[in-house]
Design a protein around this ligand. Structure first.
Ligand SMILES: [Zn+2]
Length: 224
């Protein structure tokens, strides 16, 4: 039976933990089913998401799934579906909106095709970018969803966090910065980090803080 599950939340909200919970339920089902009753599933993640090693999906609380298939584009993902899994699971879907071979339309078309052929599809990622705007993939799939899982964490002030703030050396990045800055070690070296924030604490600066400007000049990220 077709069934579309969407999992989204801010950075640090526990959405990856929710995804891993679903995967472990499928594994548990398979471990106690005989051959005919087993569910074939396949897990994908974008190759540019490099918070963890390429085949590993890791939550911040230390749980992992080690057999994800890294794919660069929507077409690569589609090619990998020849094994005809019953359940297709895709993590960090927002990265399929950007780069050559990717677009929200190509991604959502693939999801629609899978649903028409009675697959279960589980998609996890961000619905909102670090400037409070929407990511297209999850925004446009919401009306098709059979189930939405939307975990929350708290802001440092104690209120519910519903925004993902991007920081560089502790200062919010300005609106003129690109939306996509991958959460990987090279960018951690440039001082980037993400923080869950509530509506009161979320900041949208037009310009970089003077200290951030000095830092960017010092490391050559911007010219004098
Ligand atoms: Zn707050």
């Amino acid at each position: 039976m077709r069934f579309l599950t969407l999992i989204f939340g801010t950075v640090g909200s526990g959405k990856t933990a929710e995804l891993l919970k679903i995967i472990s339920k499928i594994q548990e089902h398979n471990s106690r089913s005989h051959a005919n009753g087993k569910l074939k599933f396949k897990v994908f993640k974008p190759e540019m998401e490099t918070r963890s090693e390429s085949e590993i999906i890791a939550s911040r609380n230390g749980q992992t799934f080690k057999e994800a298939t890294p794919v660069k584009t929507v077409r690569d993902l589609s090619r990998q579906l020849v094994e005809n899994p019953d359940i297709v699971i895709i993590d960090e879907c927002q990265f399929f909106e950007t780069g050559p071979g990717n677009s929200p339309r190509a991604f959502t078309a693939l999801v629609s095709e899978l649903l028409v052929t009675d697959k279960k599809v589980i998609i996890c990622g961000l619905i909102q970018n670090c400037y409070g705007g929407k990511f297209e993939i999850l925004s446009s799939l919401c009306p098709l969803a059979d189930e939405i899982i939307n975990p929350h964490t708290t802001c440092a002030c104690g209120q519910v966090a519903s925004r993902s703030q991007r920081l560089q050396i502790g200062y919010p990045t300005p609106l003129s910065d690109p939306i996509f800055v991958v959460d990987n070690s090279a960018n951690h070296d440039l001082g980037y980090s993400y923080e869950p924030r509530c509506n009161d604490c979320f900041e949208l600066p037009e310009q970089a803080h003077p200290n951030l400007l000095l830092f960017r000049k010092a490391i050559g990220q911007i010219k004098e």
